[in-house]
Design a binder for this molecule. Sequence first.
Ligand SMILES: Cc1cc2nc3c(=O)[nH]c(=O)nc-3n(C[C@H](O)[C@H](O)[C@H](O)COP(=O)(O)O)c2cc1C
Length: 191
Amino acid sequence: MKVIGINGSARKGGNTATMINTVFGELEKEGIQTEMMEMSGKNIRGCIACMKCFKNKDQKCAVDKDMANEYIAAMLEADGIVLGSPTYFANISTEMKALVDRAGMVNRANDNMLARKVGAGVVVARRGGAIHTFNSLNHFFFIGEMIVPGADYWNMGFGREKGDVTGDDEGIGTMKILGRNMAWLLKKLNA
Ligand SMILES: Cc1cc2nc3c(=O)[nH]c(=O)nc-3n(C[C@H](O)[C@H](O)[C@H](O)COP(=O)(O)O)c2cc1C
């Protein structure tokens, strides 16, 4: 089994990556393969509403000029998807929103091809807006018929500078519980 983590931060290897990697640590202990995809420095634009994905029905975005189809293909291949985003103005990053819109529409155009994959959103903030950011990620999973495991708190950690989130014991603990619950769920679904 495999879980991909897509880090929507503009900052590679920052707090969001730390949170995703903490989830990965628990998955790997259970023998689940993981792969991180960093969006930092990669090109992705928003949905242009051409609706060609509904005509083509080829599990791809019709706009094949940026990274969107690479992420969509990785989601399709994986059993589990972790979407991570820092909080930017109380919401997900621009790049992550572009991915949610593009992948979300391709999913809908292809009979919810991502249905019943296990999905989890992971969020970092300095101070405010994390719950809204978390909700924004969850909209992608829930409308796409994906199965979302919980943790002992909403999936968020706090920190500003790179690495700060390692000092948020509760946030890191939440990620560990999320990782264990994700592994448990993946094993039940794939038994
Ligand atoms: C453009 C921008 C907007 C931000 N907006 C918020 C915000 O609304 N609330 C907040 O708590 N932190 C905000 N932050 C801080 C980041 O969420 C925080 O530094 C986070 O740890 C970054 O994660 P990263 O290390 O994965 O990039 C913002 C940072 C940037 C660059």
